[in-house]
Design a protein around this ligand. Structure first.
Ligand code: PLP
Length: 367
């Protein structure tokens, strides 16, 4: 039996009745964009994150863009983040007219290396986007210290970290503003696109609410130009059902990860380092023979992924970026060559984990 990287069907089968009822409720209400489902979900998600407020958005990318705008990021500013991430992070910075400034990552957690931030700060720097990659929070204390000292905003990209914790605080509630994606494959995934901003700052909430809906104050009065970045009610209703299961699913992901760690312990692969409460959006190992290993697993019916094979500073899209080109971020570049995401989803059985690890064992025995 083939083992996929993620299995969204297995999850739907487990909650079909609840989901179908929620969808019917929205269809019968005919309130499809914003409205009570979205408001309820915002309140429930804010409570889940431990923040006072939440603002639903059309995607994780629009959440990041609105968060930057709410923090006052403007053309001419610089925003520090990593090259080792999904392009949405840098896109959102560019959408404001600011310049993304990349720094290298820590080789054990794959998240921003706090020691690399200070040398990248200039008088134009106005914010840092901390990307909680793979489901684990960035080491936030040194970043909070730097932000205080240099008067920078901290935006958390928690698109892969719904429910992750850092020193008892939930992802999204640690910096000035947190951004989430509900893309279907995320730990909390919609059946389409969706996103969310969470914060304790009512001023940032008003800016985000205004801009996500065409700068509208009332139906026909626009205080400013904005965007169509609204969350739709079907997604909100689906996400409300799924939010009730999220803590259980994250626990299942954590047990799968810990089982992988056990079974891979004696093999020449680097298993994930858990520094704080990790929710394993992805279970990522490192191997010097990554491409051969991936091919061997594929031949044995096991799907894998690479997150991410091309860092942003090496993407054609950033060919004109001042930091473009090989050699500038050695840890990022090495990880991009060596990381491999193994199948990870809450419904993955112990038998499947054993099958995957035995295949990896056989690969190393034969190579
Ligand atoms: C998924 C993701 C995003 C973008 O979210 P969308 O909802 O697809 O726009 C941003 N950052 C990271 C780290 C992501 O994984």
């Amino acid at each position: 039996m083939a083992i996929p990287l993620v299995d969204l069907k297995a999850q739907y089968v487990g909650i079909k009745d609840e989901i179908d009822a929620a969808i019917r409720r929205v269809l019968e209400s005919t309130q499809f964009v914003l409205g009570p489902e979205v408001e309820q979900f915002e309140q429930e998600f804010a409570r889940f994150c431990g923040t006072a407020h939440a603002v639903g958005t059309s995607s994780g990318t629009s959440a990041l863009h609105l968060a930057l705008l709410a923090c006052g990021v403007q053309p001419g500013h610089e925003v520090i983040t990593v090259s080792y991430t999904f392009i949405a992070v840098a896109e959102a910075i560019s959408h404001t007219g600011a310049q993304p400034v990349f720094v290298d990552i820590d080789p054990e957690t794959y998240t921003i290396d706090p020691a690399k931030i200070e040398p990248a700060i200039t008088p134009r720097t106005s914010a840092i986007i901390a990307v909680h990659l793979y489901g684990q929070c960035v080491d936030m204390d040194p970043i909070r210290e730097l932000a205080r000292h240099h008067n920078l905003a901290i935006i958390e990209d928690a698109a892969q970290a719904h429910g992750a914790e850092y020193k008892g605080q939930r992802a999204g509630s640690i910096g000035d503003i947190g951004c989430f994606s509900f893309y279907p494959g995320k730990n909390l995934g919609a059946y389409g696109d969706g996103g969310m901003i969470v914060t304790n700052d009512p001023e940032k909430v008003s800016i985000a609410r205004l801009l996500r809906n065409h700068g509208r104050r009332t139906k026909y009065e626009h205080l400013t130009e904005g965007y169509n970045y609204r969350l739709d009610a079907l997604q909100a209703a689906i996400l409300r059902v799924k939010l009730r299961h999220l803590t259980g699913w994250n626990e299942q992901r954590r047990s799968v990860a810990h089982r992988y760690n056990e079974l891979l312990a004696d093999l020449p692969v680097q298993t994930p380092l858990e520094r704080s409460k990790h929710v394993y959006h992805l279970y990522v190992i490192r191997s010097a023979q990554r491409d051969k290993l991936a091919q061997y697993l594929r031949e044995h019916g096991i799907s894998t992924g690479i997150h991410y094979p091309i860092p942003l500073h090496l993407q054609p899209a950033y060919r004109d970026h001042p930091q473009a080109g090989e050699g500038r971020f050695p840890v990022t570049e090495q990880c991009a060559r060596e990381v491999l995401s193994l199948p990870m989803y809450p419904e993955l059985t112990d038998e499947q984990v054993v099958t995957i690890c035995e295949a990896i064992k056989r690969f190393y025995a034969s190579s």
